[in-house]
Design a protein around this ligand. Structure first.
Ligand SMILES: *Cc1c(COP(=O)(O)O)cnc(C)c1O
Length: 383
């Protein structure tokens, strides 16, 4: 008999994107590229690196428990007060803190079925019930989610844009959704990719904080290139943040992460370059996927969900053998798909070359099987 609590025994654990070193070790490759975890392909912000170097000698000290300077800087940049901000060891930790702070044992969490896996896994670890609602055209179906809201609903997680589909809910849809939503529900907008948005109807979620029960999550892991340091933040009214502060651990965000994040916020040049590389890479990948006859879900993010119309795990494994790490979607329940992070020009070219090889397509040839989603349909706005 196991000593482990019953609900823990039942959890299907999170599978992270494979680390570059692991593949190098296994296959003896020198040149491995990772396009699996939506990281910044340009590396960290140079200003952040400089700040880390300057602060290295201080790591015998505990970090600032209050994150004074970073909160002040974020508050100024976002037009809020430091009391509106909670720092986390990545936004992953903030998801954990949110559940700890707000969801009673018999209350429910609502989200989509194909979305960021951590909502479900962290809820399960805390023995909370998660109700998932199917996506519609690869997009959060806010109308269906609203129909599921009842007396037990406490938190609703909306990944916007959604990982792993790259789709988004519009300002109009969100405002329809929030209209007449019960006051007993807390809405969480997880905006890990907000810096890559290239559409005009994306909601300004921060503008709802003062009037609605809304928490916005953002991270330094993606556009700012600091995934390895683990730092993210939540923005909300003090009636929420003050209790999240109590529920978090006192030294949850390390000293180097705080210093790096402060510096990264000033590195506008790095941020705009990252955005440019991603948007250019996206065009390149769209073109080449279309040329291969593959359907994809149009993305407002730095990754693309691709329909292979065949087993995605097999393609994923074959690509590994050529030193290209992408993400299979088995754990997400999307068996025929892979998700690829947009990389540098060189990485994108290598990805397409290897994909072509793995799909056994000669130059100029497209795959014979018809893709199951028609990207044209999605592009016409049916998503
Ligand atoms: C990457 C990602 C995060 C995780 O961010 P961290 O700050 O690194 O924990 C959160 N939410 C979504 C939707 C993500 O894709």
């Amino acid at each position: 008999m196991s000593l482990v609590r019953k609900h823990i025994l039942k959890i299907d654990p999170y599978e992270a994107g494979k680390p570059i070193d692991e593949i190098k070790r296994q296959l003896g490759f020198k040149e491995v590229i990772k396009l699996a975890s939506n990281e910044n392909p340009l590396g960290p912000s140079p200003k952040a690196l400089e700040a880390i170097r300057k602060n290295l000698k201080l790591i015998n000290r505990y970090p600032d428990s209050q994150g004074f300077y970073l909160k002040r800087k974020l508050a100024k940049a976002l037009n809020f007060e430091p009391a509106n901000i909670v720092l986390g060891n990545g936004s992953d930790e903030l998801i954990d803190i949110l559940i700890k702070t707000f969801v009673e044992e018999d209350e429910h969490i609502l989200t989509a079925d194909f979305t960021f896996l951590e909502y479900k896994i962290i809820s399960q670890v805390k023995a909370r019930t998660v109700i998932t609602v199917p996506l519609k055209y690869f997009k959060y179906d806010l109308e269906a989610i609203k129909r599921k809201v009842d007396k037990k609903t406490k938190l609703i997680f909306i990944s916007n844009p959604n990982n792993p589909t790259g789709t988004y809910v519009t300002k109009y849809e969100l405002e329809e959704f929030m209209r007449d939503l019960p006051e007993t529900v807390l809405l969480v907008f997880d905006e890990a990719y907000n810096t890559f948005i290239d559409v005009n109807d994306f909601p300004n979620s921060l503008s709802y904080i003062r009037s609605k029960n809304v928490v916005v999550l953002r991270t330094f892991s993606k556009a700012y290139g600091l995934a390895g340091l683990r730092i993210g933040f939540a923005v909300a009214r003090p009636e929420f943040t003050s209790y999240m502060e109590i529920a978090r651990q006192p030294f949850n965000v390390n000293l180097l992460a705080q210093a790096a994040a402060i510096a990264a916020l000033d590195d506008k040049k790095f941020l705009s370059k990252s955005r440019r590389v991603i948007l250019e890479g996206k065009d390149y990948l769209y073109d080449n996927l279309t040329r291969l006859g593959l359907a994809y879900v149009p993305s407002v993010s730095n990754f693309i969900l691709i329909d292979l119309a065949r087993d995605g795990v097999e393609v994923f494994n074959k690509m590994l053998k050529f030193g290209v790490i992408v993400r299979d979607m088995k754990q997400y329940g999307l068996k025929n798909f892979i998700r690829v992070t947009i990389g540098t020009k060189k990485e994108n070219e290598r990805f397409i070359k290897v994909l072509r090889k793995v799909l056994r397509l000669a130059d100029g040839e497209t795959q014979d099987q018809f893709p199951t989603i028609k990207s044209k349909e999605l592009r016409r706005g049916k998503r």
